[in-house]
Write a protein that binds this ligand. Sequence first.
Ligand SMILES: NC(=O)c1ccc[n+]([C@@H]2O[C@H](COP(=O)([O-])OP(=O)(O)OC[C@H]3O[C@@H](n4cnc5c(N)ncnc54)[C@H](OP(=O)(O)O)[C@@H]3O)[C@@H](O)[C@H]2O)c1
Length: 223
Amino acid sequence: MAEINVKPYDVVILGASGFTGKYVVREALKFLNTPDSPLKSLALAGRSPSRLSHALQWAGGPKQAQGIPLLCADTSDPDSLDRLASQARIVLNCVGPYRLHGQPEVAACVESGCDYLDICGELEFMERMEATYHDEAVKNGSLLVSACGFDTVAAEMGMLFHSSYWAGASAPSRVEAYLSLESDRRIGANYATYESAVLGVANADKLAELRRSSRRRPLPKVI
Ligand SMILES: NC(=O)c1ccc[n+]([C@@H]2O[C@H](COP(=O)([O-])OP(=O)(O)OC[C@H]3O[C@@H](n4cnc5c(N)ncnc54)[C@H](OP(=O)(O)O)[C@@H]3O)[C@@H](O)[C@H]2O)c1
């Protein structure tokens, strides 16, 4: 008889104490145990229980914070990531820059068949993870989804909206997108985002090299 693998947490948010992580916690709490929501159990993970606890209080206040487990995990400690992946159905990874911190968590999720989702905007990381882990992820039933953050979702939604106006069966050969932000409040980016961008530019040759290499799977052909 097949072993039923029951994981204690539907979702674990790794890097929940970060600038972005705490907003992810705040949104997740809105769905936790609400009627019709599949999110029935949530845990936060990171290096520092006190910073996680602080983020949880910020996101949900004392009442909602009660009973949410805080798990210790460090991206430089593979055992801690394995423990995390073995307890979660989905890990939401908010620890960046992903080129520095992401791969061990992807590896742990793939190994345990856990689903992985992040807010990465770093092309080389995303393409390298696909090239490295796609086959094993398929074999183990692990879904790896990157680029669920603002700088990619807005572009995807713009593209979907635009495509609804295309006549007949059309396929673009190239898409250029422009985004304009208006707000009364100051719009800024945190240091990790800046660092991710700088490292991306500094390592542009590695992305080009990866794209030339045979490790990269060919993109599906548009017929
Ligand atoms: N795509 C988008 O639109 C979008 C938007 C926002 C952010 N991002 C990306 O998201 C990432 C995070 O950005 P952020 O501004 O939220 O960064 P941040 O405020 O510096 O937060 C980083 C988080 O990672 C944790 N962390 C750092 N090193 C760790 C390690 N070795 N092991 C475990 N946890 C570790 C930190 O925990 P501690 O509390 O222990 O330091 C913190 O919780 C960046 O890569 C950024 O580019 C993308």
